[in-house]
Design a protein around this ligand. Structure first.
Ligand SMILES: NC(=O)c1ccc[n+]([C@@H]2O[C@H](COP(=O)([O-])OP(=O)(O)OC[C@H]3O[C@@H](n4cnc5c(N)ncnc54)[C@H](O)[C@@H]3O)[C@@H](O)[C@H]2O)c1
Length: 386
C-alpha cells in the first residue's frame, strides 16, 4: 500500500521520534504542539519517542510533551521501534553521517539538520543511502524563506519582476561571539562542527532561496577569517576555538536565462550589531528588493525608471505560505517560520505540492560542493570551479 493510501486509512498523524533533544529538538516539539494553527488539513507530527545521550535533554520532553511514550539514550533503540514512522535528527555535525544513514536504512522518513553531513564525504554517503532507499522522504531543515515578506520576494522572482538580474547577496550574521568571554561549545570546535566552521553552521540558510530560484554557483572565491583562537571552557580553564568565525563567498552563479550573476554569500559569527540576522537581496534592471529578519515584517523594494530609484517599505503582515488562524494584520516571527517549514515538510511527505518546498538532499550536495570548494579556494587563494 502506498504511504499516502496508508495515511488516509490510518488517520492523519505521523508518529515521530527525535534524535537530539537540544535547542532545535525543542523547537520541533513546540511547532508540532500548535498544529491547530493551520487552517488547512496537514498531517500532524505526533512526537512519541525521544533520544539523547544526556538525560536532562530527554527530561524536558517527558515533562512537557504528553504524547512522548518512549525514551532512549541509544538512537539504535529508537530506530528499532516500529511505531516510529519519521525522525527529526538534530545532533552535532560529526554525528550526521552515522545517524542519518541509520535512519534511512531503517526505512523511516527523515528531517535532518544542516549541514547534512560534516563534510563532502559524509554528505555523499547520506545521499547514497537515500538512493538505495527511495521509499524514504528526506529533507534538510531551513526555515527563513518562510517569512511572509520573503514569500513576496519569491513570487516576484518567479514572475520575473526584477528583469535581468544584476547581483544577489545573501547572508546570516551573528555578533554573540564578539563576547570573548562566551564559553566554548561544540559549534566552535572543528572536531564536532567540521572544517567548514561558520559556513557549515549557517551556509545552507543563505543558499536555500538562490539554489531553489535557479541561481546555481559555478565558482567561488572565499575569504575566511578566524579571530578567536581560544575561549573559556566553562570549567575555569580554556579550550581551543578552531573553527572559521567569518566567511564571505564571492560566487558567479548562472541563472535560468543562462546569464552570469555575481552572488555573495556571507556567514559571520563576528558581525557587529547582528543577532540572528538572515538576509536576502536581489538587484535587477527592472526592480530590486531586500529582506532582513531584523525587520521581519518588511519587504523593501525599488522599481527602476532607468535613471533614479527610491527604496520603499511595505509592511507585509501575517500572510504566510500555509494559511493559519492568525489575522493578516499581525506580526510573524522565528517560531512561525519553523512551523511553516514543518507544515511544508508534512505536506510534501503527504505527496502534496507546496509553492516553496524544504531544502532537498540534492541541494545539500550542491551546498557541500560549494563549501568544499570554498575551503580549497581559501587554501590556494584563488577562485575554484565547482
Ligand atoms: N535550523 C536552524 O535554524 C538551526 C539552528 C541551530 C542549530 N541547527 C542545527 O541543528 C543541529 C543540532 O543543533 P542544536 O543547536 O540543536 O544543538 P544542541 O547542542 O542544542 O543539541 C544537540 C543535542 O544532541 C545530543 N546528542 C549528542 N550526541 C548524541 C547522540 N549520540 N545521540 C543522541 N543525541 C545526542 C546532545 O546531548 C544535545 O542535546 C545541528 O545540525 C545544527 O547545525 C539548526
Amino acid at each position: 500500500m502506498s504511504w499516502e493510501r496508508e495515511r488516509k486509512e490510518m488517520g492523519k498523524n505521523v508518529r515521530f521520534g527525535i534524535i537530539g533533544c537540544g535547542l532545535m529538538g525543542r523547537e520541533f516539539a513546540s511547532a508540532a504542539a500548535r498544529w491547530q494553527h493551520f487552517t488547512e488539513e496537514i498531517p500532524q507530527p505526533q512526537l512519541i519517542a525521544v533520544c539523547d545521550v544526556n538525560p536532562s535533554g530527554r527530561k524536558w520532553f517527558t515533562n512537557h510533551v504528553p504524547t512522548v511514550q518512549y525514551e532512549y539514550d541509544d538512537y539504535r533503540e529508537l530506530l528499532k521501534n516500529p511505531e516510529v514512522e519519521a525522525v527529526y535528527c538534530a545532533v552535532p555535525h560529526h554525528l550526521h553521517e552515522e545517524i542519518y544513514v541509520a535512519v534511512i536504512e531503517s526505512g523511516k522518513h527523515l528531517m535532518g539538520e544542516k549541514p547534512f553531513g560534516i563534510d563532502q564525504a559524509a554528505n555523499d554517503h547520506i545521499l547514497e543511502a537515500l538512493q538505495e532507499h527511495p521509499e524514504v522522504f528526506a529533507r534538510c531543515a531551513s526555515e527563513f524563506p518562510y517569512f511572509p515578506a520573503m514569500q513576496v520576494m519569491l513570487s516576484w522572482i518567479r514572475e520575473e519582476k526584477f528583469g535581468r538580474i544584476l547581483e544577489i547577496k545573501a547572508g546570516f550574521n551573528h555578533s554573540s561571539d564578539m563576547d570573548t568571554k562566551k564559553p566554548i561549545n561544540w559549534k566552535r570546535q572543528a572536531c564536532y562542527n567540521g572544517a567548514y566552521g561558520c559556513i557549515g553552521d549557517l551556509g545552507i540558510h543563505t543558499q536555500h532561496v538562490p539554489f531553489r530560484m535557479g541561481f546555481l554557483p559555478r565558482n567561488v572565491y572565499a575569504s575566511l577569517r578566524k579571530y578567536i583562537n581560544q575561549r573559556p571552557d566553562g570549567k575555569g580553564g580554556t579550550a581551543a576555538c578552531d573553527t572559521w568565525d567569518n566567511a564571505v563567498l564571492f560566487c558567479e552563479a548562472v541563472d535560468k536565462r543562462g546569464e552570469t550573476v555575481p552572488m555573495t554569500l556571507e556567514t559571520k559569527r563576528m558581525s557587529p550589531g547582528d543577532t540572528n540576522n538572515w538576509y536576502f537581496e536581489i538587484y535587477g534592471m527592472e526592480a530590486s528588493a531586500k529582506f532582513t529578519s531584523s525587520k521581519p515584517d518588511i519587504f523593501t523594494f525599488t522599481q527602476s525608471w532607468g535613471k533614479e530609484q527610491a527604496w520603499a517599505d511595505i509592511h507585509i503582515g501575517y500572510k504566510p505560505m500555509l494559511p493559519t488562524i492568525t489575522g493578516p494584520i499581525f506580526e510573524f516571527g522565528f517560531t512561525d517560520a519553523i512551523l511553516q517549514m514543518w507544515g511544508a515538510y508534512m505536506k510534501e511527505l503527504d505527496g502534496r505540492q507546496v509553492s516553496f518546498g524544504c531544502f532537498t538532499p540534492e541541494e545539500t550536495a550542491l551546498s557541500h560542493r560549494l563549501s568544499t570548494a570554498a575551503l580549497r579556494s581559501y587554501e590556494e587563494r584563488k577562485a575554484m570551479d565547482l
